[in-house]
Design a protein around this ligand. Structure first.
Ligand SMILES: NC(=O)c1ccc[n+]([C@@H]2O[C@H](COP(=O)([O-])OP(=O)(O)OC[C@H]3O[C@@H](n4cnc5c(N)ncnc54)[C@H](OP(=O)(O)O)[C@@H]3O)[C@@H](O)[C@H]2O)c1
Length: 341
């Protein structure tokens, strides 16, 4: 098995672990169970951990990033910091609140980057963050200013590498000219392919690694979710997993056919497809699926060994045209990169 993949100059495990799934957002778990899952994942070789200051249950009455997912990680990191590559993010300052949906939700000011980084370091209980992402561009702050401040955080020894999330190819080029960007994180999966138009080719050209988030379609592509499960969280309110739930079952049938052929699971096929598609497009990709269950984390790691042939890829590529509903989970089209390019 390949033991590491490079995101820019940062070597990470070939598959990462998305820690957001350990928070309340998809059902939640206890902090002890979350850390036990992480322990099993790291033991198995999944050492690239992805969190954000905005993940985790918000505190009653508090505004701004919750930081509770980072706090959950701290006791784990106090024992195993040296074994992992730690990524976190800053810049989303308010979550979707329905009535307040049009409120400004991002902050990329240099002074905010500095204070957010200090807050994350303190909550995580670490001296350095290996990969620090700006979670969403701030429309009022040129990306050069935000990335310039992040470059100063590298000089100060607080972070090691810079990442960006949901930037356009043009924003990426401007940022990369300011300071080398190690990784771009955006949604990319069998049913979310818009990044292939501009962003992935720009990463390939610049040597920037790609970190596909929600690589399992927030659980849908695994074929294990039920309508009842998603009705309890925000996923049931999206077109894809709400009104188009039944229509999108045909996506699962195709993934299941390929899975059956390889005696694999849908989740493994979805991840293996990403590795193959990224290789076709000339970019290093490290997906970060998340799960509350240790056995699922290990199952996902098995995707690294799964080889798909041209026939499998053609079948899986056909999913692109069948999907009903977009990947954007907020009403504002600018929230995702393809809404701005
Ligand atoms: N940059 C951004 O804006 C952004 C946005 C979203 C997510 N992210 C990052 O990307 C990570 C992953 O995305 P995600 O959590 O949204 O979606 P995902 O990884 O596509 O799917 C996660 C869901 O899939 C289920 N699952 C995982 N492995 C499975 C398996 N083998 N079989 C069946 N079900 C499985 C999990 O449920 P169980 O827990 O029940 O197993 C979980 O609810 C997040 O944790 C976060 O770090 C970043």
């Amino acid at each position: 098995m390949t033991t590491t993949t490079n995101l820019g100059d940062l070597a990470v495990s070939p598959i990462g672990f998305g820690c957001m799934a350990l928070s309340h957002v998809y059902g939640g778990t206890t902090d002890d169970a979350a850390r036990a899952t992480l322990g099993a994942a790291v033991d198995a070789g999944i050492t690239f951990l992805d969190t954000s200051d905005v993940y985790g249950k918000p505190r009653e009455g508090a505004t701004g990033p919750a930081g509770t997912n980072e706090e959950m990680l701290a006791p784990f990191l106090s024992k195993r910091r040296d074994e992992v590559q730690l990524a976190t993010k800053f810049g989303i300052t308010a979550v979707r609140t329905g009535a307040n949906d049009s409120a400004k939700r991002t902050d990329g000011r240099p002074e905010y980057a500095r204070s957010a980084c200090d807050a994350s370091l303190s909550r995580l209980g670490v001296e350095t963050i290996d990969l620090y992402y700006h979670h969403r561009p701030d429309p009022d702050v040129p990306i050069e200013e935000t990335v310039g401040a992040m470059a100063e955080l590298i000089e100060a020894g607080k972070i090691r590498h810079i990442g960006l999330s949901e930037v356009t190819s043009e924003e990426l080029r401007r940022a990369h000219a300011t300071h080398p960007i190690a990784a771009l994180q955006s949604e990319w999966s069998l049913w979310s392919r818009d990044v292939e138009d501009y962003v992935v080719p720009a990463c390939a050209e610049l040597g920037v690694g790609f970190v596909p988030y929600s690589p399992l379609g927030r659980g849908f592509l695994t074929g294990t979710l039920t309508k009842e499960q998603v009705a309890d969280d925000f996923r049931g309110g999206t077109t894809r997993m709400g009104e188009a739930w039944d229509a999108n079952q045909k996506v699962l049938q195709i993934a299941a056919e390929v899975a059956q052929r390889h005696d694999a699971t849908n989740a493994q096929v979805a991840l293996a497809w990403l590795f193959h598609r990224a290789a076709e497009m000339g970019v290093n990709a490290v997906p970060i699926p998340g799960s509350r269950k240790p056995e699922r984390a290990l199952e996902n790691l098995g995707a690294v060994e799964l080889t798909l042939d041209a026939d499998d890829m053609a079948k899986l590529d056909s999913i692109r045209t069948l999907v009903e509903g977009t990947r954007n989970i907020v009403d504002n089209p600018d929230w995702i990169s393809s809404g701005r390019e």
